[in-house]
Design a binder for this molecule. Structure first.
Ligand code: THG
Length: 369
């Protein structure tokens, strides 16, 4: 398939950093929450090696915030997720699957608890705001729901602490994983979390003032020279190796949270009230019939425009690949696939068609690294 340029419009939203990342040589975009999300700069493999060795600044403004505040905000947030938030603390971030009334996945945001009655759901690519507004209206909850103008800059890579401490001071090194705090730079206070969509460690700056954010972007590059800073973005190779799941790619509203390996975020035994709880109890009782697993394929190139079916030796369908890429580390294709029972424990090879040729692969554990 050929690649075509993407036509921009107001509906396909730019970010406050778009001019800057284009000046810095963004080479591909994807669309996420109706917004531009960079997908590569120099090349997927170059960006991958750089991310694992130095530090990158990412425009991840497309990770939009759904702000839920007011008297019933905690009730509404809990209603949307199967993760028990009853002991949640202000200043912490909670990775939490959102579930509908059928027990199916709606999104997998990071839920930031800003106050007992104020939350930011940092969402993946689906329209959570309408789901939240519909529930609030139906339940007659006293809440305010909006999408604030927050545009995240992520700083990711092994040298992220060194770069960030130059701007925000040494205190930032003490920030714990999935905690957030407030840090000043040039008269502006920024909400910063130790989180990000890579396994290389780093921070996310939830920029609330776009002008201050653009200034911050420029400073990160100026101060970052000594750390070999580069522009970057969530990297397909790195995130598949680390099995960071992507809503719309690896799982979506056809799948339940057990199938997507979210078991540790499913709390069926506590008193909490959430949508789809009875359905999830039933699924838990009867057991699932398929789940996400890793796959390795002996080939060097794959384009994923749609799910790719996997077959065993007798031409039985064993599952389908949902995300995949060539990994320079494993020197083969690695992917995330929904594999049917009993094949999810399969030790034998499966077959897959890529570019009209048959290739072989094996099922394996996630993550790869
Ligand atoms: N940061 C912010 N918002 C986001 C993402 C992000 N919104 C969209 C998307 N990413 C949400 N999905 C994920 C998926 C995985 C993780 C975070 C967001 C993640 N997982 C860790 C892991 O699996 O190793 C740890 C999670 C935990 O157990 O606490 O970080 O990246 N702002």
């Amino acid at each position: 398939m050929r690649n075509f340029p993407i036509a921009k419009s107001r509906r396909l939203r730019s970010t406050p950093y778009t001019d800057r990342i284009e000046a810095h040589g963004v080479s591909a975009y994807t669309v996420y929450n109706h917004m531009l999300l960079p997908a590569s700069f120099k090349s997927l493999e170059f960006d991958y090696e750089h991310l694992k060795n130095y530090v990158q600044v990412w425009d991840v403004a497309a990770e939009r915030q759904v702000e839920i505040s007011g008297k019933d905000s905690a009730k509404l947030v809990q209603l949307m997720t199967c993760r028990d938030l009853s002991n949640s603390k202000v200043g912490k971030c909670y990775y939490a699957p959102l579930i509908d009334n059928q027990g199916l996945l709606v999104n997998d945001p990071i839920i930031n608890k800003l106050a007992e009655d104020r939350w930011w759901l940092s969402i993946a690519d689906s329209d959570v705001i309408f789901f939240a507004k519909g529930l609030a209206a139906g339940k007659k909850f006293e809440v305010e729901i909006k999408e604030p103008d927050v545009n995240i800059l992520a700083v990711q890579g092994p040298l992220a602490d060194d770069l960030m401490s130059k701007l925000f001071g040494e205190r930032i090194r003490q920030l714990k994983f999935f905690n957030f705090s407030y840090f000043d730079f040039k008269g502006h206070t920024h909400f910063i979390a130790r989180s990000g969509w890579s396994k290389q460690s780093g921070f996310e700056i939830y920029v609330e003032n776009s002008l201050a954010g653009q200034d911050l972007y420029d400073y990160l590059f100026e101060v970052g020279k000594e750390f070999n800073v580069r522009p970057g973005c969530p990297n397909l190779i790195e995130r598949i190796e680390g099995a960071l799941l992507s809503y719309g790619n690896d799982f979506d509203n056809r799948d339940n949270p057990f199938e997507a390996n979210f078991d540790k975020y499913i709390n069926l035994d506590s008193e909490i009230n959430f949508l789809g709880k009875e359905e999830l109890k039933k699924i838990n009782q009867s057991g699932i019939k398929r789940k996400l697993r890793g796959v390795k394929i002996e080939h060097n190139k794959i384009d994923m425009y749609c799910e790719k079916t996997l077959f065993d030796d007798n031409n039985n369908i064993i599952g389908s690949v949902r995300s995949a890429t060539y990994s320079p580390t494993f020197k083969k294709i690695i992917g995330i696939a929904m594999i049917n029972k009993p094949y999810w424990n399969m030790k034998d090879q499966f077959r897959i068609e890529i570019d009209e040729k048959i290739h072989v692969g094996t099922v394996c554990d996630l993550p790869f690294i």
